[in-house]
Design a protein around this ligand. Structure first.
Ligand code: TPP
Length: 699
């Protein structure tokens, strides 16, 4: 049995990783949930205040998910007092609101290294604690994990365990949640408590019919008063059985139905408890005890306020400080000066396109602000759709919009496109529909760790027939390529760019396209590639360096370093990297080797596609890309450096590769010498030659 085993006693075998204790008095006395249970109500409330101050202080230093965690302080304390984690698994959906859970499970002392390399993860992490059952951050999975765990416990005869899933109203807009609820509700004897953490918001206010209904509940006159009455009628006994629950339920539902007509969850077949004031630990504990005692599937509806207790967060209408960068704790204002980002360039350009074309519509999966759709939404609210955390629906709804004569632009974080691959493939591409997908945070993203690095999209896009993918290198190309993308009305197009500040524009030396087997000047469009640097006078055409997207600047610098060593490099930005432009083939023929560099997973990405396209040429191709691994949280700069994706490393690697080739050629020319068939050691260049046959010829 794993250490998250059959009961909370399983904990004893493992030291919680609270290595240092913070200077705060009550927090420092909590090293496990058991310590919480010893506290009286007053001490618990004091602890809650202390935790809030601690959260503000800690997240102010490097940023983090402040608003959501401020909203679940009392809820998390109540959960850990009522349930027996880790024997009773508590699964936090998405996981961004697990900081309080980390504090009470012995990790407060690690917060000074929150979201740093080898530091405390910003999400639940199985390596950190037996209290963390899942590694998440992609939303709307908690109920399915919980369903599976409850099934496993039932099969194993571990009937004393209760599985708890804490899901926000935002995450509840995702389809998987309803797939899971459909299963959960049908299993009447499996103890599973769904805690709905309803703060009315994702980043922004949650959208959709269900959200409207829950929002209406909050606005009913007398609602707060009713809450108090319902609360006082809840049984005082810590655990109630099914008969008592039913009797009470009949009384309460008569009152509540006036407020929650035809309760959504009851209609589905789940027992419903609530609504509960999610900042009242006593009320929460009563409700959670009742839910625990029910021994079947039950939903506890808790009303919380995002950003509770910290006025800059409470007053931040846009996002209630959902996930601010480093800020001044006294004011809540960001420390860094605003910069021009990829996101803002995209946002402004899309609004311009919206003004020129009334068929262009925008779709977000609950991330309008973070993906830059704000200006478009403001200018064209009727053409802006926030579909909820529902990437799959976003893509197929976009397909419908395209069928109906519109051109949708779906703006997502790159990592979340994974959710909607089949919809992109079958619903958009198979139908030859003009849908543009814009992927922010592509490539190495940084501190949010393995689930947030946007390194899968190009491998996925390369699988989709007819799809074209562009990776802009700077603001100017982002603007041009977005124009080109929305001009395509018979296939999906994808634009992808990284997180953060957009670099200086790099003006191309020339733009060319393949025409009748020759390179000819081009103005733009899919298939046109930009030459960014060329071998200087007297230098050979040694290397064609294919720089995908934001690696343009790095590649130009690498070329200049190589020029200093007498190596002639042509740097080319393929612009529309997928499908591989025919112009690249013509350029490759003119060079002795091709090196590709991309900020994406190496398997099946752009480099792999280039190698495949050039497979019949006698030119070796080396692919520089991210290893197909779950990359740890660390700053983008640090990770790229570790992976050898810097100008210096790329230049050094190419030099070594050229030297290897020269040595190999000399050997091959020497008829007298025996042929050395040992593989060439390519370790210094973080890329693997993809054409074994051809590269073997070098050795
Ligand atoms: C599949 C997926 N899409 C988008 C996101 C980005 N995201 C992170 S948190 C969040 C809002 C979550 O809202 P909710 O579940 O209500 O939790 P709250 O932050 O309000 O507590 C979103 C959209 C994500 N994590 N996963």
């Amino acid at each position: 049995m794993p250490s998250r085993g059959t009961s909370a006693q399983g904990l004893s075998g493992r030291n919680p990783p609270g290595r240092r204790t913070p200077g705060t008095s009550r927090i420092s006395r909590i090293s496990s949930p058991a310590d919480l249970r010893a506290l009286d109500r007053e001490s618990l409330n004091e602890l809650a205040s202390e935790i809030r101050a601690f959260l503000v202080q800690q997240t102010s230093r490097r940023g983090g998910h402040l608003g959501p965690n401020l909203g679940v302080v009392e809820l998390t304390l109540a959960l850990h007092r009522v349930f027996d984690s880790p024997g009773d698994p508590i699964i936090f959906d998405t996981g961004h609101q697990s900081y309080v859970h980390k504090i009470v499970t012995g990790r407060a002392g690690d917060f000074d290294r929150l979201r740093t390399r080898n530091g405390l993860s910003g999400y639940p992490s199985r390596a950190e604690s037996v209290h963390d059952w899942v590694e998440n951050s992609h939303a709307t999975t908690s109920l399915s994990y919980a369903d599976g765990l409850a099934k496993a416990f039932a099969l194993r005869g571990e009937h004393n365990r209760t599985v708890v899933a804490v899901i926000g109203d935002g995450a509840l807009t995702g389809g998987m949640a309803w797939e899971a609820l459909n299963n959960i509700a049908a299993a009447k004897d499996r103890p599973l408590v769904v805690v709905l953490n309803d703060n009315g918001r994702s980043y922004a206010p949650t959208t959709g019919g269900m959200a409207q209904r829950m929002a209406a509940l909050r606005l009913k006159p007398g609602y707060e008063r009713l809450l108090g009455q319902v609360k006082s009628r809840l049984p005082m006994a810590p655990v109630i059985g099914r008969p008592l629950y039913s009797a009470l339920h009949a009384v309460k539902s008569a009152v509540k139905d006036w407020f929650i007509p035809q309760s959504l969850f009851q209609d589905l077949g789940l027992k419903y408890l609530g609504p509960i004031d999610g900042h009242d630990t006593a009320a929460l504990e009563e409700a959670l005890h009742s839910a625990k005692g029910y021994r079947g599937p039950v939903l506890v509806h808790c009303l919380t306020r995002k950003g509770e207790g910290y006025s800059p967060a409470e007053n931040d209408d846009a996002e209630q400080m959902h996930s601010p960068p480093a800020f001044d704790p006294d004011t809540g204002l960001p420390i860094a000066a605003p910069t021009k980002t990829w996101t803002s360039v995209f946002g402004r350009k899309l609004a311009t396109i919206g003004a020129e074309r009334d068929d262009v519509v925008a779709i977000t999966a609950a991330m309008s602000g973070p993906t830059g759709l704000g200006p478009f939404a403001e200018a064209f609210p009727d053409r802006m759709y926030d579909v909820g955390i529902a990437e799959q629906h976003a893509l197929t709804s976009a397909a419908g919009l395209a069928m109906g004569g519109m051109h949708p632009v779906v703006a997502l974080y790159a990592t979340f496109l994974n959710r909607a691959f089949d919809q992109l493939l079958m619903d958009c591409a198979l139908h030859k529909l003009g849908v543009t997908v814009v992927l922010d945070r592509a490539g190495v993203t940084g501190e949010d760790g393995p689930s947030h690095h946007g390194m899968w999209d190009m491998s996925l896009a390369a699988l989709v027939p007819g799809l074209a993918l562009a990776a802009p290198r700077d603001a100017a190309t982002l603007v041009q390529e977005l124009d080109e993308a929305v001009a395509v009305d018979n296939a999906p197009t994808v634009l992808r760019y990284p997180k953060g500040a957009v670099p200086q524009d790099i003006q191309q030396l020339r733009r060319v396209v393949a025409h009748d087997g020759r390179l000819v000047p081009a103005a733009g469009g899919i298939g046109a590639v930009d030459v960014l640097a060329e071998p200087g006078a007297g230098h050979d055409h040694d290397v064609l360096l294919v720089a995908v997207g934001a690696f343009g600047a790095l590649s130009v610098e690498a070329a200049s370093r190589l020029a200093d060593q007498g190596i002639g490099v042509t740097v080319v930005d393929p612009r529309w990297a997928l499908p591989v432009p025919a112009a690249l083939r013509l350029l490759a023929i003119e060079h002795k080797m091709v090196v590709t560099i991309e900020d994406g997973g190496r398997s099946g990405g752009v480099g792999a596609s280039v190698a495949d396209t050039l497979a019949d040429l006698d030119v070796p191709v080396t692919v520089l890309a991210l290893p197909q691994e779950f990359l740890e949280p660390a700053s983008r700069g640090d990770l790229l450096q570790d992976l050898g994706l810097t100008a210096k490393d790329v230049a050094r690697g190419i030099t070594e590769r050229i030297a290897e080739r020269a040595t190999a050629d000399a050997r091959n020319r020497s008829a007298a010498a025996p042929v050395d068939t040992a593989p060439v050691n390519r370790a210094p260049l973080n890329g693997t030659p993809t054409k074994d046959k051809r590269t073997a010829g070098e050795g």
